[in-house]
Design a protein around this ligand. Structure first.
Ligand SMILES: Nc1nc2c(ncn2[C@@H]2O[C@H](COP(=O)(O)OP(=O)(O)OP(=O)(O)O)[C@@H](O)[C@H]2O)c(=O)[nH]1
Length: 255
């Protein structure tokens, strides 16, 4: 099935250029009128750390206060990376949790599929929640088990940096952990700052794009044609658009 952008679902964010937030076409991706390089990233972390808020902030430049617990929406937009236009897909995921009784991680099958599907990983914890920080190392090991060989482009995001007084994770611990994972550490606030969030996602997108090399379309793993993760919930997407648009109208008509 080929899906072109529906104007009612397309937004032009000031300065964000070429903005698209549309359902991902079923297949074949290469039939679509989109750039021939496809950057696929997945956002992972414990409950309530701000995964959805970070994605929405990156894609819309907005912070929308409350979200329903997410079931894993997939977002798409075009992005200009170092002069090259690429198609970016960002997969939101339900939370992961540490298991108390065993040395491991509770991770839904849906998340495993997203990890397998993705080329780059945003690992998120909240600087106000040490337990969310503790999930990162096992989470990274989990990603490694799914991709046992090769380079894993990863960034570590300590979110909620606006809540400094509630900080439980020192910045040095975040930096140290990121270094041990071979990634860069970003402290960000989805609530208060678009630039930090943008810088973090951009760093990962560039890394993935370089790893994909010459833009010849989908990276294949061992020749497999991988199923993409679950389709986005259209009602949920429409609801978020209504939220964004109504806040736009409010801010335009405000004092
Ligand atoms: N103060 C502050 N609150 C934030 C920030 N980012 C997200 N939040 C809030 O944290 C709560 C959780 O945000 P979500 O984006 O739903 O977090 P999530 O990780 O997707 O949550 P799950 O659906 O449980 O996996 C919401 O109430 C957000 O408004 C931030 O940077 N600062």
């Amino acid at each position: 099935m080929r899906i072109t952008a529906d104007p009612t679902r397309t937004m032009s964010g000031g300065g964000s250029g070429n903005f698209l937030l549309v359902p991902i076409p079923e297949y074949p991706v290469l039939d679509c009128v989109v750039p021939n390089k496809n950057v696929k990233i997945v956002v992972l972390g414990a409950s309530n750390v701000g995964k959805t808020a970070l994605i929405v902030r990156f894609l819309t430049k907005r912070f929308i206060g409350d979200y329903e617990a997410n079931t894993g929406a997939l977002y798409s937009r075009k992005l200009n990376l170092e002069g090259e236009e690429v198609s970016l897909q960002v997969q939101d995921t339900p939370c992961v949790a540490l298991q108390d009784d065993v040395d491991g991680l509770y991770c839904q099958e849906q998340i495993n599929r997203s990890i397998y599907w993705a080329d780059g990983y945003v690992l998120v914890f909240s600087i106000t929640d040490y337990n969310s920080y503790r999930t990162i190392q096992p989470l990274y090991q989990h990603v490694r088990r799914i991709h046992p060989s090769g380079n894993i482009p990863v960034i570590l995001v300590g979110n909620k940096s606006d809540l400094l007084r509630a900080r439980q994770v020192p910045a040095e611990e975040g930096e140290g952990l990121a270094a041990s994972l071979g990634g860069v550490y970003f402290e960000a606030s989805a609530r208060e700052n678009h630039d930090g969030v943008h810088a973090a996602f951009l760093q990962l997108c560039q890394e993935v794009s370089r790893a994909l090399g010459g833009g010849n379309g989908e990276k294949r793993r061992a020749g497999l044609h991988l199923a993409r993760p679950k389709s986005p919930n259209m009602q949920e997407l429409k609801r978020r658009f209504r939220q964004v648009l109504s806040s736009k109208v409010k801010s335009a008509s405000g004092p």
